[in-house]
Ligand binder design. Structure first.
Ligand SMILES: NC(=O)c1ccc[n+]([C@@H]2O[C@H](COP(=O)([O-])OP(=O)(O)OC[C@H]3O[C@@H](n4cnc5c(N)ncnc54)[C@H](OP(=O)(O)O)[C@@H]3O)[C@@H](O)[C@H]2O)c1
Length: 222
């Protein structure tokens, strides 16, 4: 792992979950020049072939081998979060891509309070620096919506975290994949980018995303 100040272009990105989101993020991260390691709860051999085909350039690993990555992207269905091996993630910078959608996940009381789902996840995961982002872009859009820096049509991806010291690192990762990174503030502000919100439901430039965050803050009275 490295501090934002020591950061250079190429990062080591771990991805936990080799489904739709995990493989899409993995592909885009390989394109951006990062070293990508992908794991699930199963042995690496079980996902070796699918990784070679769907995420060429990435390495299928056992979940324990994600340790030490600059960022670990968690892309597991939310209703399975209690099965995540939290030991693997201790001390790591973690991106939480997961969303709560009751028709798919079932009613889960812990996500019905109105707090950001990522607050529950960070508490469950333990000693991690959790950043909520990449949850509000469709897995199929991640490649096609990517634009170079400075492009007037460049889409923004919002992030929220209580760990300001890793926000530059995560913003660098988002930028490298072709998106403007917009800081929503603390993890609780991640509610503004969850299912049902304007940010969740649309494509926005950085200026538009900032205006929507401001609108959400006023509406929420914070
Ligand atoms: N659909 C979208 O466009 C989109 C966009 C952004 C965010 N999201 C959110 O991203 C999350 C993942 O969605 P998805 O569509 O990628 O799911 P998915 O296609 O069902 O893939 C889930 C992956 O997670 C793995 N997994 C399950 N339990 C695990 C565990 N305990 N430890 C490690 N790996 C585990 C699965 O491996 P096995 O096959 O071995 O179980 C599978 O590789 C969801 O919360 C979703 O709401 C979705």
């Amino acid at each position: 792992m490295r501090e934002a100040a020591e950061m250079n272009e190429s990062l080591t990105i771990g991805v936990l979950g080799a489904g739709r989101v995990g493989t899409a993020v993995g592909r885009q991260a390989v394109r951006a020049g990062h070293t990508v390691k992908i794991a699930t709860g199963r042995p690496a051999d079980d996902i070796k072939l699918i990784t070679e085909i769907i995420v060429p350039g990435a390495e299928a690993v056992n979940k324990e081998q994600l340790r030490g990555a600059d960022i670990i992207v968690v892309a597991v269905p939310l209703h399975k979060y209690r099965n995540i091996d939290t030991e693997v993630l201790q001390g790591q910078t973690v991106i939480d891509t997961m969303n709560y959608w009751a028709p798919v996940d079932g009613i889960m009381d812990e996500f019905e309070s109105g707090a950001s789902t990522s607050e529950v996840i960070e508490e469950f995961l333990g000693d991690v620096k959790l950043v909520k982002t990449l949850n509000h872009i469709g897995y199929g859009d991640l490649e096609v919506d990517s634009h170079p820096a400075g492009d007037p049509n460049r889409r923004a991806l919002v992030h929220a975290s209580d760990h300001d010291d890793v926000k530059d690192l995560v913003a660098h990762f988002i930028d490298s994949m072709g998106y403007d990174a917009v800081d929503a503030g603390p993890l609780a502000a991640g509610r503004a980018m969850e299912n049902g919100t304007e940010i969740f439901n649309g494509r926005h430039t950085a200026a538009e995303a900032k205006a929507l965050l401001q609108k959400h803050r006023q509406f929420a009275g914070v």
